[in-house]
Write a protein that binds this ligand. Sequence first.
Ligand code: PAF
Length: 285
Amino acid sequence: MSVPVVRTVAELRYAVAAWRAERLQVALVPTMGALHEGHLSLVRAALSRAERVIVTIFVNPKQFNSPADLAAYPRTEETDAAMLAGAGAHLLYAPLAGEIYPEGFSTTVSVASVSEEMEGRFRPGHFDGVATVVAKLFLQSGADCAFFGEKDFQQLQVVRRMARDLDIPVEIVACPTIRERNGLAMSSRNARLSPQEHARAPRLSEVLFEAAAKMASGADAQPVLAQARRALEDAGFGPVEYLELRSSASLAPLTRASEPARLLAAAWLGQVRLIDNVEVAENDP
Ligand code: PAF
């Protein structure tokens, strides 16, 4: 069995209209391809919620900070399509760049506040690119619900805010980060780690989980974060771009886990930039 592939908005809307005529619920799983178990977990969650699941693959040039990073991004559509067929997705929407950004395209969706720090600080313009393409995918598909991984926790908050602010009638569903057995968060970028780096990379999640446990038992964030940063540097990460305790709801900085919180980090390992985040249980004595 293969998954049908469409490349234009017109074909996508035609397929969705036929499902709507049968009163079927439609879910969307936006991706940039190079699929792994993390993406498949989103597809499975979508299948459990809606009768029809569309997966999109579009390597969005507007969210890359450097042309080299865009060029190096893996493109594996054939393998991806086979994985999606195996997972039971109903449609693959893989538009060409001109379909998403036609000649003269001039609109940017920019989400203030939740976009500005952490990833937004180190990747200027990244979230404008994400918000713009995701808004387009929502409007093109008219999906009832859309599935995003908590691995990109800040992206999730940006997408939620954007959909709410623009009154796009789509339910945003967050799915837990899928990790390798050694704890490393799954990411298409992991393929770019050397075998030695790959062996060292799980230290990122270990350090985050250790720090989160300390904060959940009441420790102040500042000394725990300083110690965690040193542990990452000792393990060969650098630069550690950010390592922060933030409110899960608003992403506002916290000095301790006085409300549901998230510990988020971005750090380089060799030539690869890794991000990860973990939940910190609320400690409000
Ligand atoms: O998380 C991603 O893969 C991308 O940022 C997304 C949401 C598909 C938008 O291009």
